[in-house]
Design a protein around this ligand. Structure first.
Ligand SMILES: [Zn+2]
Length: 413
């Protein structure tokens, strides 16, 4: 038996007036996901344990079969793992976003008071990886040193490593405060002063930087500050192969999920044109997954686009992402597995990213399990379509501990 996990990041949502009080999944044209639900088993899973912030890292850690309450140590160490940055036991990794802050005084008079600004854009206008690399290089040159180093990543997502650093301060994900005043969300607690000083000095370096001057003249949001969050020490989990005796591969455009794959002992498969946004290479991902089934027992396919659309509050983009995911990923996979013998598919979002709140929420997510050789024994309730309404149906599979779902998927019990 081969296994495929299909994760549409953040694709679950809440009823919207603009959709006649239906959700995106209910309104979107999704014949392939509906087929998986109708011919498979359905249920709900709590991928984010109570008391933990609903991040993609936590939720995908659960889907991979690991209990976040036991293993989770922050977002940045997982991304560092993917970037091949070796973390010592006392090193702390921080996610370093390039963001656009709108300073209280347009002229920037009063200096670049990052506490007296508005979070205009958590992604600095989805700045290109090339431009960002130039900015992070200069930030590292001017702010880096014996204990502090900056590492460039994709688009607005970068890392800072603090050797022998502190991690107990409270930081806020910038995509949670879009359009809000920054003052109340600056780092707080032990070690926060060090972070604030780095953020303030970054604003001075970035505001006059030629890359940003060009972005402004081209009408793009400038990356005029760094924003530090998601900190933690190295993540250590038992390998997936040890746990399930299955050799795995993972396909994603996002460092975070790729980092999780590496922590679990999966091989990371590269797909040209995978962007982590609505212009990603959906079909390329699906074809790479089908091809990988020849060599691997399980393939994990993660698609980021619906989540980005949710964070942007962009309903049209989210509907497009869901329909593309259904047609180009799920559809291609369903067609392709006809040739690859017995195959089981687990379809789910990692969490909700409701358009109405533009951030992640923690309610249990709907899943469907499809087995090409049919479902053994009498499945519980059949669903006619795949959507959040599965979570309200009676007599469906329920995993309050979402990390137990993987056991059920691969062991059937
Ligand atoms: Zn996510």
């Amino acid at each position: 038996m081969k296994y495929i996990v299909l994760v549409g990041d953040g694709m679950a949502d809440r009823p919207l007036k603009a959709l006649g009080y239906r959700t995106c999944l209910q309104k979107a044209h999704t014949p392939n996901m509906d087929r998986l639900a109708a011919e498979g088993e359905v249920g709900k899973a709590r991928t984010v344990p109570p008391g933990i912030d609903p991040g993609s890292d936590v939720a995908n850690l659960s889907i991979l079969g690991y209990d976040p309450s036991k293993y989770y140590s922050g977002r940045a160490p997982i991304e560092a793992e993917y970037r091949g940055i070796k973390l010592g036991p006392s090193d702390v990794a921080f996610r370093c976003n390039l963001v656009t802050l709108k300073y209280a005084s347009a002229s920037g008079k009063g200096g670049h008071d990052i506490g007296n600004a508005v979070m205009q854009d958590y992604s600095a206008g989805h700045i290109s990886t090339k431009e960002a690399a130039l900015l992070i290089r200069d930030i590292n040159k001017k702010l880096g040193g014996k204990d502090i180093s900056f590492y460039a990543g994709m688009s607005y997502r970068h890392l800072m490593i603090w050797k022998n650093g502190m991690e107990k301060m409270q930081c806020t994900p910038p995509h949670d405060i879009s359009g809000k005043k920054t003052g109340a969300y600056l780092p707080k607690g032990k070690g926060a002063e060090e972070l604030l000083s780095l953020m303030r000095r970054s604003a001075e370096i970035l505001t006059s930087h030629p890359v940003n001057q060009k972005r402004i003249s081209d009408g793009h949001n400038p990356a005029n500050s760094i924003w530090l969050w998601g900190q933690g020490r190295k993540l250590t989990v038992p390998s997936f192969n040890e746990k399930y005796n299955l050799k795995g591969a993972l396909i994603s455009a996002v460092d975070l999920t790729k980092g999780l794959g590496i922590c679990a002992g999966f091989d990371i498969l590269k797909v040209k044109g995978a962007t982590g946004y609505i212009d990603t290479n959906y079909i390329g991902k699906a074809k790479a997954a089908l091809n990988a089934l020849k060599k691997y027992d399980i393939v994990y396919v993660h698609v980021e686009a619906p989540d980005e659309a949710g964070h942007n509050g962009d309903l049209k983009a989210k509907m497009q992402a869901i329909e593309d995911f259904d047609k180009k990923v799920v559809g291609t996979i369903l067609e392709g597995i006809k040739k690859s013998g017995d195959c089981s598919i687990l379809l789910m979002p990692d969490h909700y990213t409701p358009i109405s709140v533009r951030t992640h929420t923690s309610e249990p997510v709907p899943f469907a399990i499809y087995r090409s050789n049919g479902i053994s024994g009498k499945p519980k309730t059949k669903a006619r379509a795949y959507s959040e309404s599965i979570c309200r149906m009676k007599n469906v599979l329920v995993f309050d501990k979402g990390h137990k779902l993987m056991d059920y998927f691969v062991k059937g019990k």
